[in-house]
Design a protein around this ligand. Structure first.
Ligand SMILES: N[C@@H](CCC(=O)N[C@@H](CS)C(=O)NCC(=O)O)C(=O)O
Length: 199
C-alpha cells in the first residue's frame, strides 16, 4: 500500500499483482524466487525485483524527482528518510505482533502478552509522532513519502484493538491523507481486491 500510493503520487506507470497472504501466496515457489524474504511489497523494474519499502521509495524519488516527494534540502531530506526508517524498523515491527503474536513467542497462552508488549511500544511511538505532527498538515513543509508510510502505520494500528483516540494529531494527519486522490483510489482498490480474495 505504501508503494502503491508512492508510485501513484510520483506519476509512475505500474501494474499491480496482488498477493493473498491469507492463502500464503507469498510462500509459493514462484514468489520466493522473486522475494526469498517472503514479504510484500516487491517492485519489479525491467525484470529485476527490488524489495523493502524504503529502497522502493528511494528508487521512485531518484527516477521521478519532479514529484518532489522528498525534501530537497539535505538536512530535511535526511530527516524525511529518518522518519521512513523509523516507520520500517520501529513502528512496522511493533504492528506485526498484533496480527502474528505466535511468530514472536510460541509458548502456550502468551499471545495476549505479546500483543500487549507491542501495543506499549506503539503507544510510545505514536506519542512521539504526535509531537512531530503538532500544528502540522504533513511532517514537512509539503507532502512527502514520510506521510505515506506513517499513514499506513497508523491505519494498520487502527485495525487492531488499540486505543488511539488521544493521538489527535496523528488522527488529523490520517484524515488529511484520506482527502488525497490516490489514498482514496488505494482504499477502493483494496476493497475490490479483498472482495476477490474472499469470493
Ligand atoms: N521491511 C519490509 C517489511 C514488509 C512487510 O513486513 N510486509 C508484510 C505485510 S505488511 C508481509 O509481507 N508479511 C508477510 C510475512 O510476514 O510473511 C518492507 O519495508 O518492505
Amino acid at each position: 500500500m505504501v508503494s502503491y500510493i508512492a508510485l501513484k503520487e510520483a506519476g509512475a506507470p505500474f501494474e499491480v499483482h496482488p498477493i493473498n497472504l491469507g492463502k500464503k501466496e507469498h510462500m509459493s515457489e514462484k514468489y520466493l524466487e522473486i522475494n526469498p524474504k517472503h514479504r510484500v511489497p516487491v517492485l519489479v523494474i525491467d525484470g529485476e525485483p527490488l524489495t523493502e519499502n524504503i529502497a522502493i521509495i528511494l528508487w521512485i524519488d531518484q527516477n521521478f524527482p519532479n514529484a518532489n516527494l522528498l525534501p530537497k534540502d539535505s538536512m530535511q531530506r535526511g530527516q524525511a528518510i529518518s522518519i521512513l526508517a523509523w516507520c520500517a524498523s520501529g513502528i512496522h515491527p511493533a504492528l506485526t505482533p498484533n496480527a502474528l503474536p505466535q511468530r514472536y513467542c510460541d509458548l502456550p497462552n502468551t499471545a495476549e502478552n505479546v500483543k500487549q508488549c507491542a501495543q506499549k511500544l506503539l503507544t510510545e511511538y505514536f506519542s512521539i509522532a504526535e509531537n512531530m505532527l503538532r500544528k502540522k498538515t504533513w511532517f514537512f513543509d509539503s507532502f512527502s513519502f514520510a506521510d505515506i508510510y506513517f499513514f499506513w502505520c497508523f491505519r494498520r494500528a487502527k485495525q487492531f484493538d488499540i486505543d488511539l483516540n488521544h493521538f489527535i494529531n496523528c488522527q488529523s494527519h490520517f484524515e488529511n491523507m484520506l482527502t488525497r486522490e490516490y489514498t482514496q483510489e488505494l482504499i477502493r482498490f483494496e476493497q475490490d481486491i479483498l472482495e476477490k480474495f474472499n469470493a
